[in-house]
Write a protein that binds this ligand. Structure first.
Ligand SMILES: Cc1cc2nc3c(=O)[nH]c(=O)nc-3n(C[C@H](O)[C@H](O)[C@H](O)COP(=O)(O)OP(=O)(O)OC[C@H]3O[C@@H](n4cnc5c(N)ncnc54)[C@H](O)[C@@H]3O)c2cc1C
Ligand code: FES
Length: 340
C-alpha cells in the first residue's frame, strides 16, 4: 500500500511524533521504550527535553517508576473453544472463552488478536479481528476465512486456540467513533468478504448511540454467515442495533460507485468506514473524500502484521524520512489513501 503519511516528523527537532495506538494503555510503556524507539516520548527517544504532545499520563515517568520494564507485556494463553460453526466458502466462526477481563479489553472497535493452533510455532501467528464480544459470559467471536497454511492449521483445532492480545490498530481512523464520539453520528460501513467481521464489533460498540447503514459485498463469504452475525433474524445472535439498514452490492460492479455516491449524498454521513482491500480503500476512499469531504474516514489496517509490537518490521512503511510500523501508529483514514 502506498501511503501519504510523511508529515508526522517534526523537522525543527528531527523528533518522531507519530501518534501511538497503545499510548496510555495498560500496555504502555512497551518494548519500543526499551530501545529508545517510543513513538511519543522525546526523552525515551534519547532527547534531553520533553517535547511530546501527549496529554495523558507521562510515558517517561511510567517507564522510570516501573523500573524501566515493559508494562504488562502481552502473553500467549490458551482459550477454550466453546463452539464453532463451519460455513460454505471455507469460513469458520469460533466462540472462545477468554474470561470477562479479556473480553472487556477487546470491546473497542478495531481490536484484534494474534492466534495460532496449540502445537504450532509462533510463526504461525495470524492477526484476527474481534467480531463480537459477550463480556457477561467472557466469550469472544472470531470469523476466519481459510486460505492457506496458517489458517488451515488453525481450523484443525476443536479444543483450544493459543491467543495473544489485545491489539488495537485493526482500523485506522476509528477513534472518531469510539465511545461517546459516536453519539448521534450517521455512520456508513462498507465491507467486502471477511472484512465485514470487524464491522459487527463496530455496530455492537455503537449500539443505539448512532445510526448505522451497511453496504456488504458478500463475495467469498456466505449469506448464512451474514444472517447469523451481521444481520440476524430476531432471536438469533444479534450484534447490531435495530435501525441498521443493510444493502448488498458487488463492489466490482461499475454501477456501484454511482449508487454509493447517491447514497452518501442522500444520507450525508458523518463517518464512513471501509473494511475492504487496499484497492477498494483507494477507489472508495477517494469517492468518500469527494462526496463527503468533512466526513471521518476509517479504513481497515491491511498491512502484514506478524508481531503486533512494532518490533519485527513486517508492517513497516518507508515514508521517505524514516520507517514507521503500521501495527503501532494511529493514523487517520485519509492518510492511508493512495497518494498517486
Ligand atoms: C488487523 C488484521 C485483522 C484481520 N482479521 C481477520 C479476520 O477477522 N478473519 C480472517 O479470516 N482474516 C483476517 N485477517 C487476515 C488474516 O490474518 C490472513 O488471511 C491470514 O494471515 C492468512 O494466512 P494463510 O497462511 O492462511 O494464507 P497466506 O497465503 O499466508 O495469506 C493469504 C493472504 O492473507 C494476507 N496475509 C497473510 N499473512 C498476513 C499477515 N500476517 N497479516 C496480514 N495479512 C496477511 C495476505 O493478503 C495474503 O496474500 C486480518 C488481517 C489483519 C492485518
Ligand atoms: S507487525 Fe511486527 S512491527 Fe508491526
Amino acid at each position: 500500500m502506498n501511503c501519504d503519511i510523511m508529515k508526522e516528523a517534526d523537522n525543527t527537532t528531527n523528533q518522531r511524533s507519530m501518534d501511538c495506538i497503545d499510548v496510555g494503555s495498560e500496555n504502555c510503556p512497551c518494548y519500543l521504550a526499551l530501545t529508545g524507539d517510543c513513538l511519543i516520548c522525546s526523552r525515551l527517544q534519547g532527547k534531553d527535553y520533553c517535547g511530546c504532545n501527549w496529554a495523558g499520563v507521562c510515558v517517561y515517568n511510567e517507564f522510570i517508576q516501573g523500573n524501566k520494564k515493559v508494562n504488562n507485556p502481552r502473553k500467549d494463553f490458551e482459550a477454550k473453544i466453546v463452539r464453532r460453526k463451519i460455513y460454505n466458502e471455507n469460513l469458520i466462526v469460533y466462540v472462545l472463552d477468554v474470561g470477562k477481563g479479556f473480553a472487556m479489553k477487546v470491546e473497542r472497535p478495531g481490536s484484534y488478536l494474534l492466534a495460532r493452533a496449540k502445537g504450532a510455532e509462533s510463526f504461525y501467528d495470524i492477526p484476527l479481528s474481534i467480531m463480537k464480544t459477550d463480556v457477561e459470559q467472557g466469550h469472544i467471536y472470531l470469523a476466519i476465512k481459510v486460505i492457506s497454511s496458517k489458517t488451515k492449521t488453525l481450523i484443525g483445532e476443536n479444543d483450544t486456540l493459543l491467543i495473544r492480545g489485545p491489539y488495537r490498530s485493526g482500523i485506522h481512523g476509528i477513534s472518531a467513533i469510539v465511545g461517546n464520539k459516536a453519539k448521534d453520528q450517521k455512520v456508513l460501513i462498507i465491507g467486502k468478504g471477511i472484512g465485514i467481521a470487524p464491522g459487527a464489533l463496530i455496530s455492537q460498540s455503537i449500539g443505539t448511540r448512532a445510526s448505522i447503514d451497511m453496504v456488504i459485498d458478500t463475495e467469498k463469504i456466505c449469506k448464512e454467515f451474514i444472517k447469523d452475525f451481521i444481520y440476524p433474524a430476531q432471536g438469533t445472535e444479534r450484534v447490531h442495533n435495530e435501525d441498521t439498514e443493510i444493502q448488498y452490492m458487488s463492489l466490482n460492479n461499475k454501477e456501484t460507485n454511482n449508487k454509493l455516491e447517491t447514497l452518501m449524498q442522500n444520507k450525508n454521513y458523518d463517518s464512513v468506514i471501509l473494511l475492504v482491500s487496499d484497492y477498494y480503500i483507494g477507489n472508495l476512499g477517494s469517492l468518500v473524500k469527494m462526496v463527503l469531504p468533512k466526513a471521518n474516514l476509517a479504513v481497515s489496517n491491511n498491512f502484514r502484521i506478524c508481531c503486533g509490537e512494532g518490533l519485527c518490521g513486517s508492517c513497516s512503511v518507508d515514508t521517505g524520512s524514516g520507517s514507521i510500523k503500521m501495527c503501532k501508529c494511529r493514523l487517520k483514514g485519509e492518510e492511508l489513501l493512495n497518494s498517486q
